[in-house]
Design a protein around this ligand. Structure first.
Ligand code: ADP
Length: 474
C-alpha cells in the first residue's frame, strides 16, 4: 500500500499554518501602514490648510460688500509637492500655486456645496493617472464663508511605500515558506527517526520470529519510550504464549509416545500367548487354560488402558462434565459394592454416614470412575491383614472423602509427580496400572470444583483428602 508519509504530512501542515499566519500578519501590517501613512499625510494637509487660512485678512472696516479681503499668498505656503487653490463662492478660481502650471485642481460640485455650508472634506482625485489627496476647507471672513481652500498632495509617496512593502512581504513570505518546508522536513525527520528505528526493529523481529529479542530504545521518558516499553511487553507475552505452545506440543508428543508404549506391552503379551497356544500340544488343557487366562487378563488391562486414554483425550479436548444435583450417599454405596471384589483380606473400614442427605453437583459416571480409582489403588497397595479405610466427613460447606491405607506409602521424591500422566513410582512399576488413574481422578475432581491433597509416609501408609463444595439445600 502506498502511504503518504507522516513526515511529509507534518511538513505540509506546518508550512500551511505558517502561510496562514504570514497572510494574516502581512495583511495587517499592510493595512495599518497604509492607514498610518494616510493619516500622517492628512495631518500635514490639515496643518498646511490651517496655516493658509490664518493668513486670510480683512482690510478696512467698511460695510461688508465694500470690504477689502486680502487672500493669502498661496505661493508662500506652497511646496514642490503641495498644491493650493482658492475658489470663491461664485466658482471663480482666485488663487493658485504656481506649481500647478496650466492645471487647476478639479472642483466637485457636491463637495463645493458641502464645504460652502461649513464642512471640511478629504477626497482623492486622479489627474493623468496620478492620484492626489485633497483637503477642502471653507474660507471664512468674519464668520462668513466666502469661498473654499483646496490643499492637495500627490499620493505617489504612499503608493511607493505600499508597493515596496508588498514586495518585501511577498518575497519574505515566499522565502519563509521555502525555509519552513526545508526545515520542517528536516525537523519532522528527526522527530520521527525513533519511530523509524522501532519499525525496523519490529520488522526484523517479525521476520526472524525471535520473540526473545526486545527492541532497544534509549530516549527520554516520552510517548515513544512508552511505545517501546509496550511493544516489549507484547513481545514478552508472545514469547510466553509461544513457549506454552511448544511445551504443550512436546507434552502431547510425550503422551502419544507413552500411550503407544503402554499399548504395545499387553498386545505383545497377547500375541506371544496366542503364538504359544498355536504351537501347544492339544492334550494339555490345564496349560491351555492358564494361557487363556493370561490372555484374558491382558485384554482386560488393554481395555482399561484404552478407556483411560479416551478419558484423558476428552479432558484434553476441553470436555465439560455434565453436572447434575444428586444425593451422593447411594452413589458412594454403589461404587463401594462394586469395588468389594478387589478386597484381598485387608481390614476394610467404611464410614459413609456423613454423606446421608448430602447433595452434590456431579456427573455420576465420571464421579464413580474417580471413586473407583482410589478404592482400586487402596486395595492394590494395602497388603492383606492391613487396614484400608474410606470415610466421609462434613467440614462446613464442604464434603470430605478420605481414603487412608496402610500400604507401602509413596517416597517423598515421587509425591509431587503422582498426579502426572504415566507416572509410576519405582516401587510399583510391576503393577498392572499405567500410571493414569490419579491424573484422571484429579481432572474429574477439579471438574467438580473439588480439591485433592495427599499425605504419605514410607512403610506407614498413604492418605488422600478430597473435598467437594456441598450443594445448598433449599
Ligand atoms: P496406577 O494406575 O498405575 O496405579 P495411578 O495414577 O493411580 O496409577 O498412581 C500413580 C502412582 O502413584 C502409582 O504407580 C503408585 O506408585 C503411586 N500410588 C498411588 N496410590 C497409592 C497408594 N495408595 N499407596 C502407595 N502408592 C500409591
Amino acid at each position: 500500500m502506498r502511504t503518504v508519509s507522516i513526515r511529509w504530512r507534518l511538513t505540509v501542515l506546518y508550512t500551511g499554518i505558517l502561510m496562514a499566519i504570514l497572510i494574516i500578519l502581512g495583511s495587517l501590517v499592510y493595512v495599518l501602514l497604509h492607514f498610518s501613512l494616510m493619516s500622517q499625510m492628512e495631518r500635514e494637509l490639515q496643518t498646511k490648510a490651517d496655516e493658509v487660512l490664518k493668513s486670510t485678512k480683512v482690510v478696512s472696516t467698511l460695510p461688508f460688500f465694500l470690504r477689502q479681503i486680502v487672500l493669502p499668498d498661496v505661493e508662500v505656503f506652497a511646496a514642490p509637492d503641495i498644491y493650493l487653490q482658492i475658489v470663491i463662492k461664485s466658482g471663480e478660481i482666485v488663487a493658485r500655486s504656481q506649481n500647478l502650471g496650466s492645471y487647476s485642481l478639479p472642483i466637485d460640485p457636491k463637495i463645493f456645496r458641502s464645504v460652502l455650508q461649513g464642512n471640511s472634506i478629504f477626497h482623492t482625485f486622479n489627474i493623468d493617472n496620478e492620484e492626489f489627496r485633497v483637503l477642502v476647507k471653507p474660507v471664512r471672513v468674519d464668520e462668513e464663508i466666502v469661498g473654499i481652500l483646496q490643499v492637495a498632495r500627490p499620493l505617489k509617496g504612499v503608493d511607493l511605500a505600499m508597493r515596496r512593502l508588498q514586495t518585501i512581504l511577498l518575497v519574505g513570505g515566499l522565502l519563509s515558506l521555502l525555509l519552513s518546508l526545508v526545515l520542517g522536513r528536516f525537523m519532522s525527520g528527526r522527530a520521527l527517526a525513533p519511530i523509524k528505528h522501532l519499525t525496523a526493529e519490529a520488522k526484523s523481529i517479525g521476520k526472524e520470529r525471535d520473540f526473545q529479542r526486545r527492541v532497544r530504545y534509549s530516549g527520554p521518558p516520552d510517548e515513544l519510550n512508552e511505545l517501546a516499553v509496550t511493544f516489549n511487553q507484547m513481545l514478552a507475552g508472545l514469547e510466553e504464549a509461544y513457549q506454552r505452545l511448544t511445551d504443550s506440543l512436546s507434552l502431547q508428543q510425550r503422551f502419544v509416545a507413552d500411550a503407544s508404549h503402554e499399548l504395545r506391552t499387553p498386545l505383545t503379551s497377547i500375541q506371544g500367548n496366542v503364538d504359544f497356544l498355536l504351537q501347544l500340544d492339544q492334550k494339555d488343557p490345564k496349560l491351555q487354560k492358564e494361557v487363556l487366562l493370561d490372555i484374558s487378563a491382558e485384554t482386560q488391562r488393554l481395555s482399561r488402558l484404552v478407556k483411560e486414554l479416551l478419558t484423558l483425550a476428552k479432558a484434553d479436548s476441553g470436555l465439560k462434565l455434565n453436572l447434575t444435583e444428586l444425593k451422593i450417599a447411594p452413589v458412594l454405596e454403589e461404587v463401594v459394592r462394586q469395588a468389594r471384589f478387589l478386597e484381598k483380606g485387608q481390614n476394610f473400614i467404611l464410614s459413609l454416614e456423613a454423606a446421608e442427605g448430602v447433595v452434590l453437583r456431579v456427573d455420576p459416571d465420571y464421579f464413580k470412575q474417580m471413586l473407583y480409582i482410589f478404592l482400586d489403588n487402596g486395595f492394590k497397595y494395602t497388603p492383606p491383614g492391613q487396614s484400608f479405610s474410606f470415610q466421609v466427613k462434613r467440614e462446613g460447606e464442604e464434603l470430605g472423602l478420605i481414603f487412608q491405607d496402610e500400604g507401602p506409602g509413596i517416597p517423598e521424591k515421587d509425591l509431587p509427580h503422582i498426579f502426572e500422566r504415566f507416572y509410576r513410582s519405582e516401587a510399583s512399576r510391576t503393577g498392572e496400572g499405567a500410571g493414569l488413574g490419579l491424573a484422571i481422578a484429579k481432572w474429574i475432581i477439579e471438574q467438580h470444583g473439588g480439591k485433592i491433597k495427599v499425605e504419605s509416609e514410607e512403610n506407614k501408609g498413604t492418605t488422600f483428602f478430597i473435598t467437594f463444595p456441598m450443594h445448598q439445600q433449599k
